[in-house]
Design a protein around this ligand. Structure first.
Ligand SMILES: Nc1ncnc2c1ncn2[C@@H]1O[C@H](COP(=O)(O)OP(=O)(O)OP(=O)(O)O)[C@@H](O)[C@H]1O
Length: 611
């Protein structure tokens, strides 16, 4: 391991044009991870590298790759068509693009008179197909491919693509690539590559991948660990704030509005919550409540690739006072040097992601601050939980909410914004529901428990005025002993009187017409059902009446008349067996008639029901 961090003391030769590139990029010295990794990886060793966020891992594999491409004559005309030399796999399109741009930055200094070295991006977009990628491979003959697992797999499965010359593979953010969502694709990719190759795994949290790293076909790997005591770079300050969940969004706005920063990234729990809060923040900006000089962007995984890339570019290019609202899609690897503030509205469901999110700031020895919000109550336990993982968090106390309307007024404003368009309500409900599902997936499930979540406050934080019905929460909602003082009214309403949902309209005319048509249709069905029910009730009463008045009273009357007649007859005539028999027969008939009436009465009801 090299002790000096001077590029001159690097334990392996480096091409002069690479040295020029390093100088132009302003890298006066190597970072520790570069000093340890470059010589080993360039000298045919497989490496497993764990080093804190922003410590320069990308350059530590890019230099050995470029050196190897040259050493193995892949930069000559003899390098076969449709072959490639190096494959770099990364979990997101943004990160793949970023890695390619680092390679391109080096290649800007590659001598023009030599056979070109090229890199090609392999990520899914709506604008190009895998066939386009194959055409580019044949036409441009790149030696280095960078992309995401799904697209790479599709690409490698094209018969024309030849894998036999691949002699280097990099898995960047390797622990992510080896988790359940990617591992199958990654295994299939590796299975079609030559076994005789160099493999490098890189991440700030590679230890969490455990033994799965051996699924990558590593051969006698060297493990390189460059970690600080706090598992985060020393230039990064990790803070937390304990908040009342109802005021959390206001606290966020207060920081974003009043804090001094160049660039800030805010992590939201779900894609839908990014779009929901982004549109409300835009409204607040239009009203002058949020500083209109702030450039606010939204980025999440449900957006199209091209729009994601453009947003990231704009956020990177905007000089000052810019805020990116995003999800974990931008948690790993993204390198935007001027980000000096990261805020997490909720801790991530996976504690490793915590370091990756925070690590978007405090990179390459620049000062950065990461603030995590914890809902008061149980979530404070997250601090000792992270301490056990060697991540020390420091509390920011007594942070007041500044420059916003009073909480009650703010909630009413949020509510009125929602009431102006029913689609906002739908959006808010979906965001809330997605949050509950997110919360129930926390790996630290003993801290983040649905049982102890303050649903009402969170619902209000989302600006909502009725608790959405969902099985996850119904069982935890306390049955209030004192309904007089309950904050939840009948049917989950948080406002009294409730909002008239029938007249709560969509701003979009087409959508509103559709809703009204559906409402009318439902009403018609309801009316028909009601009519049917009334009829049934009426018929029931009628047949009951028939039953009682016709059968019971009449029968009783007839019976008594008959009985009297028989008794009279018996009293008068005691001398004729035949008549006695006749009377007995008559009596039997009466009994039989009564029986028939009894059984046929139910038949009458049935026939009326069918009307
Ligand atoms: N030797 C160096 N001197 C100064 N800055 C450097 C050096 N090497 C890389 N950098 C810069 O450090 C920043 C972080 O580098 P990089 O993105 O490779 O970090 P990383 O370790 O991969 O982080 P993460 O784990 O977050 O992906 C980049 O802006 C890069 O330009």
């Amino acid at each position: 391991m090299s002790k000096s961090l001077s590029w001159d003391d690097l334990d392996c030769p480096v091409q002069p044009w690479i040295r020029t590139a390093i100088e132009v990029m302003g890298f006066d010295q190597m970072t520790p991870v570069q000093a340890s990794t470059i010589p080993l990886f360039a000298k045919n060793k497989d490496v497993v590298v764990e080093s804190v966020t922003g410590s320069g891992k990308t350059v530590s594999f890019v230099i050995p790759i470029l050196e190897k491409v040259i050493a193995e004559n892949a930069n000559t005309k003899n390098f076969k068509k449709a072959h490639f030399h190096t494959l770099i796999v990364s979990p997101t399109r943004e990160l793949s693009k970023q890695i390619k741009s680092v390679i391109d930055q080096f290649l800007e200094h590659y001598p023009e008179d030599q056979y070109p070295i090229r890199a090609q991006l392999l990520v899914g977009t709506n604008e190009s197909t895998v066939r386009d990628d194959v055409n580019d491979l044949i036409e441009n003959r790149p030696q280095i491919l960078v992309g995401t697992p799904g697209r790479i797999l599709d690409f490698l499965q094209m018969p024309v693509v030849k894998t036999t010359s691949c002699s280097m593979v990099i898995l960047d953010e390797a622990d992510r690539l080896l988790d359940v969502s990617f591992v199958k694709d990654v295994e299939r990719i590796l299975s079609v590559l030559p076994k005789q190759r160099r493999t490098g795994l890189f991440s700030a949290t590679i230890s969490s991948a455990g033994n799965t790293i051996f699924k990558t076909g590593l051969r006698n790997p060297v493990k390189i660990t460059v970690n600080s005591k706090n598992h985060a770079p020393s230039s990064l300050k990790l803070n937390y704030i304990v908040v009342d969940p109802e005021l959390k969004f206001q606290q966020l706005l207060s920081i974003v509005n009043n804090y001094r920063y160049k660039k800030c990234i805010v992590y939201f729990p779900t894609c839908i919550s990014v779009t929901y809060f982004y549109s409300f923040i835009q409204f607040l900006q239009s009203k002058g409540i949020i500083n209109e000089n702030l450039s606010i962007f939204s980025l999440h995984g449900k957006l199209q690739t091209v729009s994601r890339m453009k947003t990231l570019e704009k956020f990177t290019e905007t000089l000052d006072n810019s805020v990116l609202l995003t999800t974990d899609v931008a948690a790993r690897g993204i390198d935007i040097p001027d980000v000096d503030l990261v805020i997490q509205l909720d801790p991530p469901t996976d504690s490793d992601i915590f370091l990756h999110r925070c690590g978007r700031t405090g990179r390459a020895n620049r000062i950065g601050k990461a603030i995590t919000f914890l809902n008061k109550g149980r979530e404070e336990d997250y601090v000792p939980f992270m301490q056990v993982k060697n991540v020390e968090l420091e509390e920011i106390k007594d942070l007041t909410i500044k420059g916003l309307p009073k909480p009650e007024e703010f909630y009413n404003m949020f509510k009125n914004w929602i009431l102006a368009d029913r689609s906002r309500f739908d959006h808010g409900v979906k965001s809330f529901v997605a949050f509950i599902r997110y919360y129930s997936n926390h790996s630290a499930s003993s801290i983040f428990r649905l049982q102890t979540l303050d649903y009402v406050s969170i619902c209000k934080m989302y600006g909502l005025f009725r608790l959405p019905r969902m099985p996850e929460i119904t069982k935890y909602l306390k049955k209030d002993d004192d309904p007089e003082n309950s904050v939840i009214f009948k049917d989950g309403w948080l406002v009294d009187p409730p909002v008239d949902l029938d007249s709560f309209a969509y701003a979009d005319k087409k959508q509103e017409k559709k809703r009204l048509d559906e409402l009318k249709h439902l009403k018609d069905i309801h009316d028909k059902k009601k009519l049917k029910f009334e009829l049934k009730k009426k018929n029931m009463a009628w047949s009951n009446k028939t039953e009682t008045k016709e059968t019971k009273a009449e029968r009783r009357l007839k019976m008594s008349i008959k009985r009297k007649a028989i008794e009279d007859q018996l009293a008068k005539e005691d001398n004729g067996d035949s008549e006695d028999d006749e009377v007995k027969q008559d009596w039997k008939e009466v009994v039989m008639q009564n029986k028939r009436q009894k059984t046929s009465s139910s038949g009458i009801q049935g026939s009326f029901d069918d009307l």
